[in-house]
Design a protein around this ligand. Structure first.
Ligand SMILES: *[C@@H]1O[C@H](CO)[C@@H](O)[C@H](O)[C@H]1NC(C)=O
Ligand SMILES: *[C@@H]1O[C@H](CO)[C@@H](O)[C@H](O)[C@H]1NC(C)=O
Ligand SMILES: *[C@@H]1O[C@H](CO)[C@@H](O)[C@H](O)[C@H]1NC(C)=O
Ligand SMILES: *[C@@H]1O[C@H](CO)[C@@H](O)[C@H](O)[C@H]1NC(C)=O
Ligand SMILES: *[C@@H]1O[C@H](CO)[C@@H](O)[C@H](O)[C@H]1NC(C)=O
Length: 446
C-alpha cells in the first residue's frame, strides 16, 4: 500500500531532521530573488513539446491527471482518517508531470532540472545517474559522482576520514504504484536571480533517484515539494514562496514563474490557510457571476468535523472541482448565458464537462467574470480565458467540474491551475496566509 511507504518515508525524514539538524544556508547576505521560470508540459519550452498534440489530447490528459490528483488527495484524507493521525506524508499521485515545472539547477557544475512543483508534498528529489528508466531526453541527467558539492547522507554519521558511508535509502511510491528509489544526499541548489546572476542554497537534503519504476517517460526530472513540512525547500528557504501563473493554455507564453524565499511576492489580498493532510486549505465563502452572488450556504465549503469537504488550493491539478451543489448553481448560470446562443458539445470520455461550439476570444467578449470569494476579502476572479479552455478550434469547455464526476466520497473542492491564471499567488508559511494579486506576470519578471 502506498500509505505504508509514505509513513515510513515520513518517519525516516523526521528522524533525519532531528538527529542531523539539517540547515540550509543561502550564500548572499542580502536576500536575492530565487527565481525559476515555470514551464507547462504543453509549452514549446518543454523539452518534450509535441507539436502534433492537439488541444483535445492535452485537455484529456489534463482531465485524467486532475482526476487522479483529486482521487489521490481523497485517498490521503481517508488514509489519515483511518489511522486517526494527521500525517503530512509526501508523494505525488503519479509520476506523470502534467503540471508546472520549475527549472532549477543542482550540483557543481550545476545541472538544470525540470521539477514538478507540488504544494502537496514535502520532499525534493531528482533523477540521478546511473539510472534505470530515467528521463534523459535533454541529456541533463544529474550525476552526483561528477558534482563537487554532493555529499551522501550516511546511516551513521561519518565524521572522519576512512569511514565508509552506508547511504540512507530513499524511496517513494505513488498512488498509481509508480516508484522512485535511490539514496539521500545533500547538494547545492542553484537558482537564477532577477539580476541575471545565480544564487545558491547549500546543503539541501534531497532524494537521489537511481531507479524509476515507471515505464513511460514522465516528462520531468523530479519533484519539488512546496508544502509547509519542516523538510520542504519552501520551509527552509525563508518560509515564503510565490508563483505567478500568467497563462497555462498558450504554448508560447513564457512568463509563468516561481520565487522562493525572501524575494517572494506577497502582495494583494490575503486569506488565511490551514494545512491538513499536507495540503493548503483556504476558507471559501462564496462565488459571484458578474454582480450576482450565487445562493450558497456559508457552511457548504467548510471542512466537516470528520475531515471531509473544505477547499484546497493546488498546483497539482489543472482543472478546478467544486462540490456538486455549488457546481450545479455555477453551471446553471453559465447555461443561462450561453445556452441560448451556443450549441452544446459532448466530450465522449468526460460527459460531465460543459462544452460549447464557439470561440472564447471571439464569442465570449463581455461574459461576466466569475469570482471566488475567500475569507478576509481576498478574491480570485476568473475571466473567460480562465473559466473556459479550447479543446479544439471550434469547441471550448468550462474548466470547472463537479467533484462527483470523480466518484469519490469525502469531497474536498480543489482550485486548480487554470483558475489561478493571471494571478500571482504568494504563501506566507509563518503567518499562514495566501495572497492573491491579479497581475500581468511579465511585469514581475524583470
Ligand atoms: C506531425 O505533424 C507534421 C506536420 O505538422 C506531420 O508531417 C507529421 O507526420 C505528424 N506526425 C505524426 C506522428 O502525426
Ligand atoms: C533551464 O535553465 C538552464 C540554465 O539557465 C537553461 O540553459 C535551459 O535552457 C533551461 N531549460 C528550459 C527547458 O527552459
Ligand atoms: C543521458 O544522455 C547523455 C547525452 O545524450 C549521455 O551522455 C548520458 O550518458 C545519458 N545518461 C544516461 C544515464 O543514460
Ligand atoms: C497498486 O497496487 C496495489 C497493491 O498491489 C493494488 O491494490 C492497487 O490496485 C494498485 N493501484 C493501481 C492504480 O494500479
Ligand atoms: C462526514 O460528515 C458529513 C456531515 O458532517 C457527512 O455528510 C458525511 O457523510 C461524513 N463523511 C464521512 C466519510 O464520514
Amino acid at each position: 500500500m502506498a500509505f505504508a511507504y509514505e509513513k515510513l518515508h515520513l518517519l525516516l525524514l523526521l528522524s533525519l531532521s532531528t538527529c542531523l539538524s539539517s540547515t540550509s544556508t543561502i550564500s548572499s547576505v542580502k536576500p536575492q530573488r530565487l527565481v525559476s521560470k515555470l514551464i507547462h508540459p504543453g509549452s514549446v519550452h518543454h523539452p518534450h513539446y509535441k507539436p502534433n498534440e492537439t488541444a483535445k489530447d492535452r485537455m484529456e490528459l489534463d482531465i485524467q491527471h486532475s482526476a487522479s490528483r483529486l482521487a489521490y488527495i481523497q485517498a490521503r484524507i481517508e488514509g489519515s482518517l483511518a489511522s486517526k493521525n494527521d500525517f503530512t506524508a509526501s508523494a505525488y499521485p503519479s509520476l506523470t508531470g502534467r503540471t508546472l515545472l520549475a527549472n532549477i539547477s543542482i550540483g557543481q557544475p550545476p545541472v538544470p532540472q525540470l521539477l514538478v512543483i507540488d504544494t502537496g508534498s514535502d520532499i525534493l528529489w531528482v533523477m540521478c545517474s546511473p539510472c534505470t528508466n530515467c528521463d534523459n531526453h535533454s541529456g541533463l541527467l544529474y550525476d552526483p559522482s561528477k558534482s563537487s558539492t554532493f555529499s551522501p547522507l550516511c546511516k551513521t554519521p561519518c565524521g572522519f576520514r576512512g569511514c565508509k558511508c552506508d547511504p540512507m535509502p530513499f524511496s517513494v511510491t505513488y498512488a498509481d504504484n509508480s516508484t522512485a528509489s535511490g539514496t539521500y544526499g545533500r547538494e547545492t541548489v542553484v537558482f537564477e536571480t532577477t539580476d541575471e546572476g545565480t544564487s545558491k542554497v547549500f546543503d539541501v537534503l534531497f532524494g537521489c533517484g537511481h531507479s524509476i519504476g515507471y515505464n513511460t517517460d514522465p516528462g520531468h526530472s523530479g519533484i519539488l515539494g512546496l508544502n509547509n513540512a519542516p523538510e520542504s525547500l519552501a520551509t527552509k528557504i525563508g518560509q515564503k514562496f510565490s508563483y505567478c501563473i500568467g497563462n497555462v493554455a498558450d504554448a508560447y507564453y513564457n512568463y509563468n514563474q516561481l520565487i522562493l524565499g525572501e524575494g517572494a511576492d506577497l502582495e494583494g489580498y490575503a486569506t488565511p490557510f490551514e494545512v491538513h493532510h499536507g495540503f493548503y486549505y483556504v476558507t471559501m465563502e462564496g462565488i459571484s457571476v458578474g454582480e450576482k452572488r450565487l445562493d450558497i450556504a456559508p457552511a457548504t465549503f467548510e471542512m466537516k468535523e470528520n475531515g471531509t469537504g473544505g477547499v484546497v488550493i493546488d498546483t497539482g491539478s489543472t482543472m478546478t472541482f467544486l462540490v456538486d451543489s455549488v457546481y450545479k448553481l455555477l453551471s446553471k448560470e453559465v447555461r443561462n448565458f450561453l445556452g441560448w446562443s451556443f450549441r452544446q458539445a459532448t466530450i465522449e470520455n468526460s460527459p460531465w464537462m460543459l462544452c460549447y461550439y464557439g470561440s472564447i476570444s471571439r464569442d465570449l467578449v463581455g461574459f461576466p467574470v466569475v469570482t471566488f470569494h475567500f475569507a478576509d476579502g481576498a478574491d480570485l476572479a476568473l475571466d473567460s480565458e480562465s473559466l473556459f479552455n479550447h479543446i479544439n478550434n471550434d469547441v471550448f469547455c468550462m474548466t470547472v467540474g463537479p467533484v462527483s464526476s470523480l466518484n469519490i466520497k469525502s469531497k474536498p473542492s480543489i482550485i486548480g491551475l487554470l483558475a489561478q491564471q493571471s494571478y500571482n499567488v504568494g504563501y506566507d508559511l509563518v503567518n499562514q496566509f495566501v495572497y492573491f494579486q491579479r497581475i500581468d506576470c511579465e511585469l514581475l519578471s524583470g
